[in-house]
Design a protein. Structure first.
Ligand code: PGA
Length: 374
């Protein structure tokens, strides 16, 4: 089962009632594109939680807290317990955000107590981990993440109520985003840790988000990485373009490997191939050509290089899904090359295109693949 993407918006200590209203208006208006496809949880300040919940009631957006008490109800001035969040209709909370850890002295033991409280109350948790700059420079990223994870395993009984957010502290609010490779390496290592500490099944199903200076521009390459399942967004969650970050996470419907791979039976060339795939690498110029660009599309099972001419390349943005019809396919030096020339049609797939499988159909020109609706 593929993991459903998840995007959290951490508003931190920002905003007024008016700015919250305004933001909700713009976020709910774009929600048709990601309804049922991406889980989205926004975390405003405590006094705005019920108001924001009301504003987004009919949308797929959900509201979470930024913090929760390590204790239950009682004489704990200033604290809100997990049970009280639940009682107020709040189903999510952040725990262990680096600002809580570094500015308010939240220790690993405290994060463990908070998780235990949430598990007991049935509140879902976005558990934040990540290393400081000096820890990264000392090569201790995995060690720090492991320490933070080790602290909480014994408290988690229901992993369905836990999402991990890997947020390198040096990338938070600094504009300095981790490279997709750095983030992927850390995420893969965290998944491996969970696999040995808990089980392979939990490791495969738990969602691991990246956080730290995520924007509508840099999120597309990050989400293309296999172990990045979404984002925890701070600054950019206060802007209407937060919707673009969420829609970038809408998964392309994957091509099925065996059928897709049959394209390599095309000898020496065939026209009439239809493909539905997500752009995973931005267009780059083909050396020695005036206007020919190369774009890589595909899914977890296979990648194909598209040759695209002129202004068609404009729709080939990383993260966007394309519908390509009547393309020209050839084997060149053992590689499949799909050319989108003037006979072919290339356009963005509709957000709710229900294309779900690629069916093979023989014709005179060779092998034809046709997209069908389920
Ligand atoms: P940022 O914050 O996106 O502003 O870097 C991320 C976070 O603190 O969760």
């Amino acid at each position: 089962m593929p993991r459903k993407p998840f995007v959290g918006g951490n508003w931190k200590s920002n905003g007024t009632i008016d700015s919250a209203k305004e933001l909700c208006r713009s976020l709910t208006s774009g929600s048709a594109a990601y309804r049922n496809k991406v889980d989205v949880v926004m975390c405003p300040i405590i006094p705005q939680m019920s108001l924001v919940s009301k504003f987004v009631r009919k949308s797929p957006l959900r509201v979470g807290a930024q913090n929760v008490s390590a204790t239950g109800e009682g004489a704990f001035t200033g604290e809100v317990s997990a049970g009280q969040l639940k009682d107020s209709g709040i189903q999510w909370t952040l725990i262990g955000h680096s600002e809580r850890r570094t500015k308010y002295g939240e220790t690993d033991a405290v994060t463990a107590d908070k998780i235990a409280q949430c598990q007991e109350a049935g509140v879902s948790v976005i558990f934040c981990i990540g290393e400081l700059l000096e820890e990264r420079e000392a090569g201790k990223t995995d060690e720090v993440n492991k320490r933070m994870m080790d602290a909480v395993y014994s408290k988690i009984k229901d992993w369905k109520k836990v999402v991990i957010a890997y947020e390198p502290v040096w990338a938070i609010g600094t504009g300095k985003v981790a490279t997709p490779e750095q983030a992927q390496d850390a995420h893969a290592a965290i998944r491996k840790m969970i696999s040995s500490a808990v089980s392979e099944e939990v490791a495969e199903s738990v969602r691991i988000l990246y956080g730290g200076s995520v924007t509508a521009d840099n999120c597309k390459e990050l989400i293309g990485k296999p172990d990045i399942d979404g984002f925890l967004v701070g600054g950019a969650s206060l802007k209407p373009t937060f919707t673009d970050i969420v829609t970038a996470c809408v998964p392309a419907i994957p091509l099925k490997k065996p059928k897709f791979m049959k394209i390599d039976g095309v000898e020496p060339a065939a026209r009439g191939v239809n493909i539905y795939a997500k752009v995973v690498k931005a267009a780059s110029k083909v050396e020695g050509s005036e206007d020919l660009m190369e774009v890589v599309v595909g899914d977890d099972t296979a990648l194909v290089t598209l040759s695209v001419r002129d202004d068609r390349v404009k729709v080939c943005e990383v993260g966007k899904s394309l519908r390509i019809q009547n393309a020209h396919v050839a084997m060149i030096k053992g590689y499949i090359r799909v050319t989108v020339d003037k006979w072919a049609a290339l356009k963005l797939a509709e957000a709710d295109d229900e294309v779900a499988s690629v069916n093979e159909k023989k014709d005179m020109s060779g092998v034809e693949y046709e997209l069908t609706k389920n």
